[in-house]
Design a protein around this ligand. Structure first.
Ligand SMILES: [Zn+2]
Ligand SMILES: [Zn+2]
Length: 179
């Protein structure tokens, strides 16, 4: 979806659109979009400077980096962005520099605004560096590959930890005495 700046008339321009997964070119080694992306935003503009506020919603299928199971999670992110025509940096005036210095500004060609690219960027900025199914995912045993979320595997028990076995023996004796 492109917004032609020449055609912008009444503001604010309210856009609500559902983008099929293949229109948003999201590519990630461990994740993919599992639902169409709903974008809902309001665009106001001053000349060719754009101000866009809204949300993107979809669902993301990912592989947990610890237990390597596949999961799907709803995803939503809100944004508040400013875009300006790409300045001619060769002839940039101090006035323009001051104007943009204080704000995080994205640039576009000043003619047509690429909504898909903006949506893709918002998704990429908001996804985590590492996908985990839950914060305390125990992952897999590095020896036998068992899923430690489903309980400890035998490898742990076979670990020769004398302090632990002494403690266990002590508890066993204590339980026997109490019985
Ligand atoms: Zn996990
Ligand atoms: Zn194990």
């Amino acid at each position: 979806m492109f917004i032609e700046i020449e055609d912008l008339k009444a503001e604010p321009l309210h856009v609500r659109h559902v983008f099929p997964v293949d229109e948003i070119r999201f590519s990630h080694a461990d994740a993919s979009l599992s639902e169409p992306v709903t974008a809902d935003f309001v665009l106001t503009h001053h000349d060719r400077d754009l101000h866009i506020q809204g949300t993107v919603e979809t669902a993301i299928a990912f592989r947990c980096s610890r237990c390597i199971k596949d999961f799907t999670r709803p995803f939503s992110s809100s944004f508040d962005l400013f875009y300006a025509p790409q300045p001619d940096w060769g002839a940039v005036s101090t006035e323009i520099e001051l104007k943009y210095e204080e704000m995080e500004v994205g640039y576009y060609d000043g003619v047509s605004f690429d909504v898909n690219a903006m949506i893709l960027e918002q998704i990429e900025l908001a996804i985590p560096m590492n996908f985990v199914c839950r914060e305390d995912c125990q992952g897999l045993c590095d020896q036998c590959g068992a899923d430690l979320n489903e309980g400890a595997c035998r490898c742990k028990k076979e670990e020769p930890d004398s302090r632990l076995s002494v403690l266990l023996d002590f508890q066993k004796k204590k339980v026997q005495k109490e019985e």
